[in-house]
Design a protein around this ligand. Structure first.
Ligand code: ARG
Length: 466
């Protein structure tokens, strides 16, 4: 029997049931659903709707139902539409008729919104830790290879020398912005819809503030019509996830390129690569390719939910049930992606010799212009003169460092014998020692700050276990 069978005399079509039931995917909300119901029972007691004996038997029954879910012995029945009806049905079997009082003043509309928020709050705490683990792998790797210089690229054209660690740490800061953004999403998710009823509010004088405090929500939703339909927190979460995904994907893309034979700057550990069924020589970066490829579904979830929400009439509509699979898939996808990315970075091999071999003196043309700037020549002119040196070297079939002093002085008399000092990649990176630059001293400072952030995040996680 369904929960709403009273006004119906006919059966729901079988295919229609399969189409509309969500128990096939929302079972994982059982913990949040039961937690929400225990708090709701306490609120009903405080409002004088339940005796304390009734409340206690409901709580005991709910704990027994939860134990079945946790033990994997919960049996879904054909009549269970969704996790809410399944829990209530089983509660009735275990606690008896008092179970019929639990739903007083509550609707699945405020219930499901509460469940999803509670569930997501728990998952966000886990995600923060997973992002921190990846950040820690990045910082450790960067700290272990501080002496490695590589070509830096813009437009994928050789640009200026960089410390490999400096490039790698760029991913740390993107992830740090993701951490900060998630705090904001969490704040706006921590708003209690329960007590909104179906759409009009609760007629039994429930103390919603106490209910919020019981469940760990920071505030209560101010408007019942909004509360049952508000999925902004889901959109924000999926938007957050999409941007994290983009960060993972672009990190993966650099590493895919650099692990190609043509670059050979890095090499994935065998644990994160696969072979070809046909070509024996292949070592394919599948882990990285999937970190890039998962972007399709992750960005899709965001656009998918926005499309569901666009043009919905106010309050609850069944369309909203479509929010869950997107959230669950985004969570599952990110969880495994973050773990794989952490392992791939931790085990990544670095080939400093290949990076050094790819450095070309033309990447020091900017340093050559800077040399002139230090001799009082305006940068625009210096840039032009360094360009002339590049052109002259090319015409003679030489590299920039092989042009002799006479050639340089023919371009401009400000060039002196010490121009040869410019052609030193180590010196080039060392010069960029303003904070945020690639000089080893600046990168060491960066690592120090990153480590302090990770330590704070670790302490916060220990203080607020999910
Ligand atoms: N399974 C439903 C969902 O996920 C629960 C809410 C159902 N509410 C309703 N009025 N039919 O959205």
């Amino acid at each position: 029997m369904t929960l709403w069978g009273g006004r119906f005399s006919g059966e729901t079509d079988k295919v229609m049931r399969r189409f509309s039931d969500s128990i096939g995917f929302d079972r994982r909300l059982f913990g949040a659903d039961i937690e929400g119901s225990m708090a709701y029972a306490a609120a009903l007691q405080r409002a004088g709707i339940l005796t304390s004996a009734e409340k206690n038997s409901l709580v005991e029954g709910l704990l027994a139902v939860r134990a079945e879910f946790e033990a994997g012995t919960f049996e879904v029945q054909a009549s269970d539409e969704d996790i809410h009806t399944a829990v209530e049905r089983r509660l009735g079997e275990m606690a008896g008729p008092v179970a019929g009082k639990l739903h007083t003043g509550r609707s699945r509309n405020d219930q499901v919104a509460t469940d999803l928020r509670l569930y997501l709050l728990g998952e966000m705490a886990l995600l923060k830790q997973a992002v921190s683990a990846l950040q820690a792998a990045i910082v450790d790797k960067a700290g272990a290879h501080l002496d490695v210089i590589m070509p830096g690229y813009t437009h994928l054209q050789p640009a200026q020398p960089l410390l490999f660690s400096h490039w790698l740490l760029s991913a740390f800061w993107k992830l740090q912005r993701d951490q900060d953004r998630l705090d904001g999403v969490r704040e706006r998710t921590s708003v209690l819809p329960l007590g909104a009823g179906a759409l009009a509010g609760n007629p039994f004088g429930l103390d919603r503030q106490a209910l919020a405090a019981d469940l760990g929500f920071e505030r209560i939703a101010e408007n019942s019509v909004d509360a049952v339909a508000d999925r902004d927190f889901v959109v924000e979460f999926l938007g957050w996830a999409a941007l994290l995904q983009v960060h993972l994907s672009s990190l993966a893309e650099d590493l895919i390129l650099w692990s190609s034979r043509e670059f050979g700057f890095v090499e994935l550990d065998e644990a994160y690569a696969t072979g070809s069924s046909l070509m024996p020589q292949k070592k394919n970066p599948d882990s990285l390719e999937l970190l890039r490829g998962k972007s399709g579904r992750m960005l899709g979830h965001l656009v998918g939910l926005l499309t569901v929400l666009k043009g919905l009439p106010s309050t609850y509509n069944k369309d909203l049930q479509e929010d869950k699979e997107a959230v669950f898939d985004a969570l599952d996808t990110l969880a495994i992606e973050l773990e794989v990315a952490t392992g791939a970075i931790r085990t990544l091999q670095i080939h400093p010799g290949r990076m050094a071999a790819a450095l070309d003196p033309s990447m020091l043309a900017t340093d050559l212009a800077d040399y002139l700037v230090r001799r009082g020549i305006p940068f625009r002119q210096a840039h032009h003169l360094a360009g002339a040196a590049v052109q002259r070297a090319e015409a003679l079939g030489l590299c920039l460092s092989e042009l002799d002093l006479a050639e340089y002085q023919a371009i401009h008399p400000a060039f002196e014998a010490d121009v040869s000092d410019v052609f030193d990649f180590q010196r080039s990176v060392e010069m960029r020692d303003t904070s945020g630059g690639t000089a080893p001293a600046a990168v060491r400072a960066q690592i120090k700050e990153a480590k302090a952030i990770l330590a704070r995040q670790g302490e916060a996680a220990a203080a607020n276990p999910s």
